[in-house]
Design a protein around this ligand. Structure first.
Ligand SMILES: [Zn+2]
Length: 134
């Protein structure tokens, strides 16, 4: 079961690699994914919009696993053995779908920094505070 934070990280990485999320006939992708180490306002707005419409309606282009399924007990997010990107994996199973990177030419490009998520400084602060209270 992937947490919402993990699913956001998964999307952020693939948005930066040029993938979008499929919603019916539409493909959604923010222009700017991260800003100064945080998720961009555009990314956060897009996530909120997806949550409001229901994560079961959205899935990463090139996969057939909805974002809601990723948050269910049956699925988790692991690391692609080819490009180290986050990929859906069935819990207690093996990966049967190819990584979404399969149709990207010139991928992985090890000359460039790999896509990454945001540093969640709020969660870090909460951890520090929890430690101080102990
Ligand atoms: Zn891959």
């Amino acid at each position: 079961m992937a947490s919402h934070a993990t699913v956001r990280h998964y999307l952020a990485c693939w948005f930066q690699a040029g993938k979008g999320v499929v919603y019916g006939q539409e493909i959604w992708r923010p222009q700017v994914v991260t800003q100064a180490g945080q998720y961009s306002p555009e990314f956060n707005a897009l996530w909120q919009e997806m949550e409001q419409r229901g994560l079961q309606h959205f899935y990463l282009a090139g996969t057939e696993v909805s974002l809601a399924q990723l948050c269910s007990d049956a699925w988790d997010i692991a690391t692609c053995s080819r490009c180290t990107m986050p990929v859906p994996i069935k819990v207690a199973g093996i990966m049967t779908e190819p990584c979404p990177c399969a149709d990207l030419d010139l991928w992985p490009n090890l000359e460039l920094p790999l896509p990454h998520g945001a540093v969640d400084s709020q969660a870090h602060l909460t951890q520090v505070q929890a430690r101080l209270h102990q």
